[in-house]
Each structure stands twice: as structure tokens, then as C-alpha cells.
Design a protein around this ligand. Structure first.
Ligand SMILES: Cc1cc2nc3c(=O)[nH]c(=O)nc-3n(C[C@H](O)[C@H](O)[C@H](O)COP(=O)(O)OP(=O)(O)OC[C@H]3O[C@@H](n4cnc5c(N)ncnc54)[C@H](O)[C@@H]3O)c2cc1C
Length: 468
């Protein structure tokens, strides 16, 4: 295909859409993004960026709590000991919303600089090469395209007996308008979003109850990592209710009540619903055009982001492949490279690194412990607690570990888990090893700084060599 003559229309300006737009523009295509809620998408405006900004404040505050372990105590001007830091939620939220808006503006400026046209409005497919955009003023435009990318994302799941009201019963997208810190927040759902936000509010000073329908928090994650996190939650005073399924959430005179299926009731000042998301794929013409959609409403795509209809691609949360901004962006880039005739490697989910921004963080890449246990991969593992690492001791880090998985025989690194403060940074050497098929000996033979937490990654690799 001759790229300069190609036209691309993208529905949705989140990471799936805007990253694709930049690649398509670089490949010489004429690109239009139709976006309903603001470029950057939910990732920047309501989900990923705001939650991580909130967590940064909570993390900062928890450092005050550990200060005394490191021999520091804080005094006010009169020399009296200060034991508590206090979060001013309006200031915290103001910062979060300003930061998200600035990030969205930066992305908008980058798109404009690269010649991408952005239309603020709602798009729908009319046919494979045609999109109708309904703009903010109610007018419509029909856009024809050689390639259409659908990247419309997902939205919080709402269940009939737990309707958010934006005041006391909240989705994760509504928490940034709170004027005061919830006195007692009941978080329903102990997946990644529930766990991250429960700990963030605990760190900010709320009393927090986490309602989890499963045996332990973070179901589906590495069991050793989830156990560390649940222990930390309890140690810091969070009330974790395991095997507790929510039946309904409603308002009381002064707050909320979460009723559980077994009849128990949990009262709080606010409830945060974190019970999953649903793809935004209805009413955008997919059925009319014949794009295959799964029972859950996700668009079916292959490893180069093609849908069942020629010329129509899809990326991000609307495909349900892996709900991560990084994966959405990669799917979008791959779609454009494939459709515009550039070199392309299919999506490799085995090398996706992911992080849960609890304190400590949990970062993972590649095969999991479950894959090893079930025999999906013939590999061996080693787990090193961080408590023996000298840098961890210096920094007062007591919880966490490094786990590495290597194929039996050759010793190729096939996965790993890091539970540590800033595990999101520490997982990178393991990701490099997984992506490029490095062996434990290559990892162990690479210098690390002394003292450093990454020393534990090299040490784990060294121990795997001894075992082989
Ligand atoms: C609380 C939370 C925290 C998260 N934290 C992280 C994290 O730390 N790291 C990470 O990698 N991922 C994180 N994620 C996941 C990440 O936010 C998503 O994977 C990412 O947003 C997916 O990007 P997307 O482009 O598919 O969709 P979105 O970011 O949802 O963007 C979709 C865009 O499409 C627009 N749109 C929808 N319908 C239409 C239409 N018909 N016409 C025009 N425009 C339309 C929307 O307005 C929106 O702007 C988090 C998610 C949540 C809920």
C-alpha cells in the first residue's frame, strides 16, 4: 500500500488510539481521531494517571510513618513531636485533575504537531471504510478511510443493586470530586483497581474495609505476592473481608451500607465499586458492518489487531486482550504498521510486564507460578525474600521478594515476579531477559550496583544456575 495516499480514521483517543495515530502519521497517512471525552482517554483522564497520582501522595505519606524506623522524628515549630501527616483531599484532587488535564493537553499538542486531526465527538462505523462523527455541536461529518481503528476503551461495570450516585457510592472515575477524605471507605472488589485504591485511601488516612469475594485479595495474581500484600493491608489496619460477596449497596442517612450475600452488613461513610469494566462497543455500528464481537462484548482481534472485517482494526480495552495502557498502545501501533505496510511483529503477550501499584508494588512478566505448577512450561523457580538484601535493610524494606522462572535444561529466563517498592522499575531487567531469551547465567553475569535491590535479581539468577 502506498502510505502517503492512505487515510486512517481512529475511534477513540486513548493509548490505543493516540499511539496508533502517531505511528500512522509517521508512516505518511492522513489521520483523523474522533474522540468523545478528551485525548488521552480514560487512561489519562479518569483511570490510570489519576489513580497513580493519588497513590504517589499516599506513598509519600506512608514514608512519614516509617521515618521513625530510620531514626527520624518530625517536630513542629515549638519542638513538639509530629506523629501524623494529614492529606488535604481537595488539594490532592486538584493536583490530580490538573496533572491529568496537562497530560491530555500534551498529547493533543503532540498529535497536532504531527499533523493528526482530532475531532471532539462520537464516532460510529457506517461501513468498513466509512465513519460518521457526531460533533459536540450536534452536526455530523462522514469520513471515508482506507483503514479504521476502533479503540473505544471500556467503562466501569455497574450492577443493578449497587448504583453509583457520584456522592457516596462511587466508581473509580468519580472519586476525584470528593471534597473530604472518606471517614470509612468500603471498597467492593479486590482486583487490581480495588486493591490499589483501598491501600491509597488507607495511606491517606481513611478507615478502609475491603470486601473481597475470593479467598484472598488479587485473585489471579501470583499467590505469594498476593499473600504479602494482604498481610501488609492487615498490618496497616485495613479490614479485609475474604469470601464476602456483595449483594447490594445503598445509601443510609449518614453514609452507605454494603449488604453481603450471606446477610452481613458493612456500614461506611462511602463505598467504592471496583467490580470490573465493560467494553464500549455497543451502538457504534460494529454489528451493521459485521465486525465479530464476543459474548462479553469485546471485539475479536488477531495478533496484528485485525478484526473479522477487512480494513477494520481494533486495539485496547475494547478488545479485552489485556486491560493495560501499554498493551493498548502496542496493539494500536501494530495495527497501523500492519495496515500501512510497515514491518510488524505480532503481539507477544508473554513479554508484557505489568505492575500493581500497591505498597509494596507487584510487578510480573512472562510465565507465572501457576503456569509452572500446571506444567504449561517446564521451568524451575527460585524466590528470594528482600529482607536479606543489604539495600532493603538500609531503606527499611521488610516485605517483598524476587522470584525468577527459568526453563529446565538451557536456563532461559521465562518469567519473574518482583514484590518491592518500585517493583515497576525493577522488573525491567527480567523483562529484557524474557523478551530476548537471555539465560540465568547471562543475567547473573551482568554487573549490578552494590548495594541495590537489583542485586537480588542477579542473585536469584545465580541460584537457578546452582540448581541446574
Ligand atoms: C483505575 C485504573 C487504573 C489503571 N492503571 C493502569 C496502569 O497503571 N497501567 C496500565 O498499563 N494500565 C492501567 N489501567 C488500564 C488502562 O487505563 C487501560 O488499559 C487503557 O485506558 C486502555 O486504553 P484504550 O485506548 O483502550 O481506552 P481508553 O483509555 O478508555 O480510551 C478510549 C477513548 O475512546 C473514547 N470513545 C469511546 N467511545 C467512543 C466513540 N463512539 N467515539 C469516539 N470516541 C469514543 C473515549 O472517550 C476515550 O477517550 C488502569 C485502569 C483502571 C480502571
Amino acid at each position: 500500500m502506498n502510505a502517503p495516499q492512505s487515510s486512517v480514521v481512529i475511534l477513540g483517543g486513548g493509548p490505543g488510539g493516540y499511539e496508533a495515530a502517531l505511528v500512522a502519521a509517521h508512516l505518511g497517512a492522513r489521520v483523523t481521531v474522533v474522540d468523545r471525552d478528551g485525548v488521552g482517554g480514560a487512561a489519562v483522564l479518569t483511570d490510570c494517571v489519576p489513580s497513580k497520582t493519588l497513590i504517589s501522595t499516599a506513598d509519600f505519606m506512608s514514608q512519614f510513618e516509617t521515618a521513625s524506623d530510620l531514626g527520624v522524628h518530625l517536630e513542629d515549630h515549638e519542638g513538639d513531636e509530629v506523629s501524623d501527616s494529614v492529606a488535604e483531599l481537595t488539594a490532592v484532587n486538584r493536583r490530580i485533575l490538573a496533572l491529568a488535564a496537562a497530560q491530555s493537553r500534551d498529547i493533543g499538542a503532540r498529535l497536532a504537531a504531527d499533523g493528526v486531526q482530532v475531532l471532539a465527538g462520537t464516532g460510529r462505523l457506517l461501513e468498513a471504510g466509512s465513519v460518521e462523527a457526531t460533533l459536540a455541536d450536534g452536526t455530523t461529518q462522514t469520513l471515508s478511510a482506507d483503514v479504521v481503528l476502533v479503540a473505544t476503551g471500556a467503562t466501569p461495570r455497574v450492577v443493578p443493586f449497587a448504583q453509583p450516585d457520584g456522592e457516596r457510592i462511587l466508581t473509580w472515575q468519580q472519586i476525584y470530586s470528593l471534597a473530604e477524605l472518606p471517614e470509612h471507605l468500603v471498597v467492593v472488589g479486590s482486583g487490581v483497581t480495588g486493591a490499589e485504591l483501598a491501600q491509597a485511601y488507607l495511606g491517606l488516612g481513611s478507615r478502609v474495609t475491603l470486601v473481597s469475594s475470593r479467598d484472598r485479595v488479587l485473585p489471579g495474581e501470583d499467590a505469594d505476592a498476593a499473600t504479602v500484600i494482604e498481610d501488609v493491608f492487615r498490618k496497616r489496619g485495613m479490614d479485609v473481608l475474604g469470601r464476602s460477596r456483595m449483594a447490594s449497596v445503598s445509601r443510609t442517612e449518614s453514609g452507605v451500607v454494603v449488604r453481603l450475600v450471606d446477610g452481613r452488613e458493612v456500614e461506611g461513610s462511602h463505598a467504592l465499586l471496583a467490580v470490573g469494566s465493560v467494553p464500549q462497543t455497543s451502538g457504534i455500528g460494529l454489528e451493521d458492518v459485521g465486525v465479530a464481537v464476543s459474548e462479553s462484548g469485546h471485539i475479536v482481534v488477531d495478533k496484528v489487531s485485525r478484526t473479522s472485517v477487512r480494513g477494520v482494526y481494533a486495539a485496547g480495552d475494547c478488545t479485552g486482550v489485556l486491560p493495560l495502557a501499554s498493551v493498548a498502545a502496542m496493539q494500536g501501533r501494530i495495527a497501523m504498521a500492519h495496515s500501512l505496510g510497515d514491518a510488524v511483529a505480532p503481539l507477544n503477550l508473554r513479554a508484557v510486564s505489568a505492575n500493581i501499584f500497591t505498597d509494596p508494588e507487584i510487578a510480573t512478566v512472562g510465565f507465572s507460578q501457576k503456569d509452572l505448577d500446571e506444567g504449561t512450561v517446564d521451568a524451575t523457580s527460585v524466590m528470594l525474600p528482600l529482607s536479606t538484601n543489604p539495600r532493603a535493610k538500609m531503606q527499611g524494606i521488610t516485605d517483598g521478594f524476587v522470584k525468577l522462572f527459568a526453563r529446565k535444561g538451557g536456563g532461559t529466563v521465562v518469567g519473574g515476579v518482583v514484590v518491592a517498592p518500585r517493583a515497576s522499575e525493577l522488573i525491567y531487567p527480567v523483562t529484557l531477559a524474557v523478551q530476548h531469551g537471555l539465560t540465568v547465567d547471562q543475567l547473573a553475569g551482568t554487573f549490578t550496583v552494590y548495594p541495590s535491590l537489583s542485586g537480588s535479581v542477579a542473585e536469584a539468577a545465580r541460584q537457578l544456575h546452582q540448581r541446574d
